[in-house]
Design a binder for this molecule. Structure first.
Ligand code: FAD
Length: 304
């Protein structure tokens, strides 16, 4: 069957039933808005007077709802709801060795404080990524842990690493004729530790002030840093990696000297203009250090 189509005075709603139909429609209407949970687009339309004349609703396309287990990790279709992602990750945490599920646990930690149940039941993983909000709670985890995104168009599929995905304020590497098809959330390895933290005015159902994910891998059998990725939300127009700090700490022992270097480097790297949207500039800058301190202690305990 062809796509289900509703046409109103201002908006046309198209619900393709196959991936192929979706990709052809996206090519025909590159400016069409893809809508899954509508928790972001709905706000834009209702409160920001945005008008999207063509809407593509792909929520029922099997490939966008699929969950696949691969040797690298779990691949979620972009339209999987956050509740569904959380349930699958919980199952994996319960049945896999602890060292493999560090990334899953970090995603689960962020989901615990992510909106309310009604929102999580409809909001999609892909919707959170594609909104490219600088205070997304999931994007720092996906960025710090090197998640891979698969984009699709009529020309085929291609993959993009999360750490190269955000190009500017709410701008991503996805071209107008493309859609986000799926997201690979990887298994972690032995000697890898991942944590995620969210600081918001209220504990539950609130927007982050600063949100972060931190991912360190040690040279096996030592406390020498092999790789370190620190990703922050709320510290710029996009989710950002503290790349300079990460590389400065490679090769160092996880100890007080590293902590000192990390704090002075983060203070230099994670700056904000005094007029930055959201205000609380000094507080936000301080949070980048105090959340790192929390991570430092968490990892120290795990190494002991
Ligand atoms: P939609 O509104 O359907 O779409 C969002 C954007 O993604 C649109 O631009 C759409 O075109 C694009 N898009 C969606 N899927 C695709 C695809 N497959 N390919 C290409 N483009 C696509 N966010 C947080 O990070 N943390 C929170 O705690 C949080 N709390 C919230 C609380 C409330 C009350 C509300 C309303 C929102 C909250 N959000 C939060 C933001 C929002 O819920 C998330 O960003 C959500 O994941 C968006 O998913 P969705 O399916 O509803 O997206």
């Amino acid at each position: 069957p062809g796509p289900l189509r509703f046409r109103g005075e201002r908006v046309e709603w198209l619900q393709p039933s196959t991936l192929e139909q979706l990709l052809v429609l996206k090519e025909l209407h590159p400016q069409a808005k893809v809508v899954v949970g509508n928790t972001e687009v709905g706000i834009e339309v209702k409160f920001k007077n945005m008008l999207y004349p063509v809407i593509l609703a792909p929520a029922f396309i099997p490939e966008l709802q699929e969950i696949q287990h691969t040797p690298q990790g779990i691949v979620f279709g972009a339209a999987c709801s956050l509740t569904c992602v959380g349930e699958e990750l919980k199952r994996a945490v319960a049945t896999s060795p602890a060292h493999q599920t560090q990334v899953f646990e970090a995603v689960l930690e962020q989901l615990r404080w992510f909106a309310g149940l009604q929102i999580r039941n409809v909001a999609a993983l892909g919707g959170n990524i594609m909104t490219a909000s600088p205070i997304s709670d999931l994007n720092p985890v996906l960025q710090a842990t090197g998640c891979t995104l698969t984009l699709a168009s009529t020309a085929g599929l291609h993959q993009v690493q999360m750490d190269r995905f955000f190009l500017g304020y709410r701008r991503t590497a996805v071209q107008p004729h493309e859609i986000l098809l799926s997201v690979l959330i990887p298994y972690s390895t032995k000697w890898q530790f991942v944590s995620a933290f969210k600081q918001s005015p209220r504990r539950e159902d609130d927007i982050s002030i600063v949100t972060t994910a931190m991912n360190v891998t040690f040279t096996p059998g030592t406390s020498v840093v092999k790789e370190l990725k620190l990703s922050y939300g709320g510290m710029g127009p996009t989710t950002v990696l503290a790349e300079a700090t990460g590389s400065k700490l490679v090769g160092r022992l996880w100890g007080e000297e590293l902590l000192e270097v990390a704090c002075s480097s983060l203070a230099e790297e994670m700056t904000l203009d005094p007029s930055a949207p959201g205000g609380m500039v000094t507080y936000r800058r301080t949070l980048t250090l105090s959340l790192f301190y929390k991570f430092y202690l968490t990892v120290l305990q795990k190494l002991a």
